[in-house]
Write a protein that binds this ligand. Structure first.
Ligand SMILES: [Zn+2]
Length: 263
């Protein structure tokens, strides 16, 4: 039987009291002890012989990862910082989020100033079922902003996906593009690898088809005519990152379609 609204609210309140702590989730507002995924995810990487540790990944605060109240991950909280600062009520209107994260999605949907849609090929409950490499249902320039988080590492032809993202974005529009990013020089890609264990070892997850590093991710985004900027704690503040349990080394990749550029 589905939980009633009263049941959900009661559960949230109990978690809020039980996990009260020094951090603050900027999505649900709770003051909490963020929960770790170090043992679970670190153990899995080690089991498959992945040569990287969790600390090697760029935007992954595995020790203070999960908000126990709303379920936000550290990257959700990073995107919320960007949204709060750059999606002003008098600016961005049409927003598309791929593979939506429930806590951030609920917030974006609640904003009356945004025309917000969700999209994915596999996920249940999204507004639009789409293949990111071929999205004919969206006309050119349909959106002012998109979030494409932890999608491209699952897509065989990421260049084609990036070209589609560019096409559906209006000139002057922006989008968050995030993937796992391993240390520089670690880029690895091999479409012939389909074995789940081998993918864990080489790409750090059983359904990933490649592992990006910083320069390869940026160059692929630029190859699709986007400009790209990498925002970090210098943009948002060290204290803000710490309070919201975002790793101090976290980097937010924002792609920009230039104003004057036509398809
Ligand atoms: Zn939260």
């Amino acid at each position: 039987m589905p939980l009633s609204d009263t049941g959900r609210r009661a559960g949230r309140l109990i978690r809020r009291v039980y996990y009260v702590g020094p951090g603050q989730c900027n999505i649900c507002g709770s003051r909490v002890r963020f929960r770790s995924i170090s043992r679970m995810l670190g153990g899995t990487l080690a089991k498959y012989g992945c040569p990287y540790s969790l600390d090697d990944f760029e935007t992954l605060n595995h020790r203070r990862y999960l908000c126990p109240v709303c379920g936000s991950a550290d990257r959700d909280r990073l995107y919320k910082l960007y949204v709060d600062r750059f999606l002003q009520p008098d600016g961005v209107r049409r927003v598309l989020e791929f593979a939506p994260s429930a806590p951030l999605s609920a917030y974006l949907r609640s904003r009356a100033d945004l025309q917000y849609r969700t999209a994915d090929l596999m996920m249940a409950g999204v507004d639009d079922v789409v293949d990111i490499t071929d999205m004919p249902m969206y006309a050119d320039g349909s959106f002012d902003f998109f979030i494409c988080s932890h999608v491209l590492e699952h897509v065989s032809d990421d260049g084609r996906a990036l070209k589609e993202l560019y096409r559906i974005l209006a000139p002057g529009g922006r989008g968050i593009i995030m993937t796992p990013v391993a240390p520089e020089g670690s880029f690895d890609e091999d479409p012939a690898v389909t074995d789940e264990r081998e993918r864990w070892r080489r790409f750090a997850q059983g359904d990933h088809v490649r592992l990006y590093d910083h320069s390869t991710l940026c160059s692929r985004i630029r190859q699709s005519r986007f400009e790209v900027c990498a925002l970090d704690r210098r943009t948002f503040g060290r204290e803000t990152f710490t309070r919201h349990a975002i790793a101090l080394g976290a980097v937010l990749y924002v792609a920009h379609r230039p104003e004057a550029d036509a398809v």
